[in-house]
Design a protein around this ligand. Structure first.
Ligand code: UT7
Length: 335
């Protein structure tokens, strides 16, 4: 056994979200623009999902561009310079190169000093996974400040003729700066996965099968919506309660609830099942943003801050779930 003593990293006593920023694509797409291809109606979509419009990215609004814009706003909100960022963690499923990680290009364009940069794949739960990792990185000493980005350009993998997905998914980016804090600003994460339900939301075919088929058509995103709906409405309320318990708080201490923006009926079902008091403000960004997967939680929280529904110092509960099925929840202090 070696007798050499290795220094162990030491970080800040606590971490918190210091700033939030987001980017919404210019183009608003009302239900009327998507219904024809899927033989649907504005009424059905609103009734089943609560979605009225969504935003779809234009050619210039790439994963990188939207991420950089959201990040600049998050840095400005935190009052920090990009050179103070030690690590960039990007949660996405719609960066279209297998390698390298888009985080490296984003870190470079932002002007970080060669920050560590990598992507994570946890679908709609990706941002909450990233916040959990950043919390541990800052407290563990592997980074002073971490930029966590949730970004999607799902229209690149969306089948506009698929009734189960075409009206739901959309594009956008949200970012948070996580850094040291005098008091705990991010509670323990409650996270997990149910791989038995791997096939419920997935890329339809393996790339190799697409090429072998001789008809190289984009392997789109597919979802067995109703099964996911039933799972999320019940299982996620329990995960949300566990996140409160692990943070040592009760519903009485909660000011803001920011669930993944998948479907207004899931949001309402979770709130009912959790017995959320009426005074707790609930994020309802899905109505005009659709489901932006990894971007949905930071987009929704940023909007609540902008519109005065979430105030600095408020206590917020974040809960996200999606393909995998992967999920994560934590309590945070609003920056
Ligand atoms: O972000 C990752 C996590 N994702 C989610 O959490 C999504 C969860 N799922 C959902 O949001 C919902 O399942 C949907 C909004 C996707 C669908 O709503 P639903 O209430 O689960 O509808 P359904 O699939 O059970 O279909 C109900 C009916 C069916 O007709 P019948 O069999 O009752 O006659 C469908 O054929 O609605 C029909 N239908 C449609 N009608 C008009 C299915 N899709 C459509 C459509 N337009 N686009």
């Amino acid at each position: 056994m070696s007798t050499t003593e290795i220094q162990s990293p030491t970080g800040a006593p606590y971490a918190a979200i210091l700033g939030i920023g987001s980017y919404r694509p210019e183009r608003l797409v009302p239900n009327s623009e998507v219904v024809e291809a899927i033989d649907s109606s504005d009424e059905w979509i609103q009734q089943r999902s609560g979605i009225k419009t969504r935003r779809w990215a234009g050619p210039e609004e790439s994963v990188q561009m939207m991420s950089v814009e959201a990040s600049r706003r998050a840095l400005a909100h935190a009052g920090l310079d990009a050179r103070q960022i030690d690590a960039v963690v990007v949660a996405t499923v719609s960066h279209m190169l297998q390698t390298p990680a888009i985080a490296t290009a984003i870190a470079h364009e932002l002007g970080t000093d060669q920050a560590a940069a990598f992507d994570i794949s946890a679908a709609c739960a990706g941002f909450c996974h990233g916040v959990a990792m950043a919390n541990d990185m800052v407290r563990g000493g592997s980074a002073g400040h971490v930029l966590v980005i949730g970004v999607e350009r799902l229209t690149d993998i969306l089948d506009l003729y698929d009734r189960g997905t075409a009206f739901i998914f959309a594009d956008g980016a949200g970012a948070a700066v996580v850094g040291p804090s005098e008091t705990p600003g991010i509670g323990p994460v409650v996270w997990g996965s149910d791989g038995e339900q791997f096939d419920l939301i997935r890329q339809r075919e393996d790339w190799r099968d697409v090429i072998a088929s001789g008809e190289p058509v984009m392997p789109h995103l597919m979802m067995q919506g109703n099964s996911v709906f039933r799972w999320a409405s019940f299982a996620m309320a329990k995960i949300a309660q566990q996140a409160l318990d692990r943070a040592g708080i009760t519903l009485d201490d909660l000011d803001v609830f920011v669930p993944h923006q998948a479907n207004m009926r899931i949001i309402d079902a979770m709130a009912r099942s959790m017995k959320l008091p009426a005074r707790v403000k609930i994020a309802r960004d899905v109505a005009d943003m659709g489901n932006t997967s990894a971007a949905s939680v930071p987009l929704a929280l940023d909007r609540m801050i902008q519109e005065g529904d979430a105030k600095s110092g408020d206590t917020a509960l974040l809960v996200a779930f999606g393909a995998g099925l992967a999920y994560a929840a934590q309590v945070v202090t609003v920056p």
